[in-house]
Design a protein around this ligand. Sequence first.
Ligand SMILES: [Zn+2]
Ligand SMILES: [Zn+2]
Length: 280
Amino acid sequence: MKNLALIYLAFALIVVTMPFVADAVIDKSDAFTVSVRFSDGVTEEIGIEEYVLRVLAAREGDITALEAKKAFAVAARSVGMYFATFGCKHSDFDCCDSGDCCIELASVAGASESTQNAVSETAGLYLETDNAPALALFTLCASSGTVQSDEFDYLVSVDSNVRCERHVTEIDFTDGEILDIFPEARDDMKFYAVYGESNKLSFAIVGGKQIDGAVISTALGLKSKEITITPTENGIKAISYGVGHGMGLDLCNSERLALDGVYYKKILEIYFPRLNLKGN
Ligand SMILES: [Zn+2]
Ligand SMILES: [Zn+2]
């Protein structure tokens, strides 16, 4: 009889504590692990803080200011926790270490002392929405500003106030080279460019055909959708400003803000006004 009572008690405790378990896991983000498929084919479960350190190590040298690194660490932690909670594009593991597919990861050994400090000083902090980690994306340089995501309404467009002069790529093409890349251009060598928010190329009409800005950027070997195309004597000059998809936290502008004395929580507020900072 006594044993039966204990079993009932245990059962009652399980029922009572169940609803709080999920919250506790989310609040205690260091309990999160992310299963990562590395490029050598090995899949490993790594702790969320190691994940964050690896993400920042992959961008070592690109940003140096501590407050910018701290904002980056919080965004990276949120993304890792999002992958661990909702998965990514892979079915057998949460994410891979390729920047072209998921988020680029480097060896922990490559993290500088200030990077390690940025991660440890923000340990456990992440951005959430609807009581779950948010996909707080980051981009190396959004140049004139970030663009809104079609998929996630919390990834909003934020103006940088300046066009970045650090991340500029300039490539000249002859008419012949353009014809190889865009056979549609045969009838008309002019590009009619249509721009959207933050000076990003929405699409262009090439030889009467509409081509998406991201497709043009990739086809021309440029690094972002912020593109200007000007005619030259025998072709075009294409210039891109910025590096990456241009959504979420702009690391390059965060660095500028941090050097102007802006604290990391303020940087996160600027780029993620619809998300809440959570954690211990
Ligand atoms: Zn992947
Ligand atoms: Zn830049």
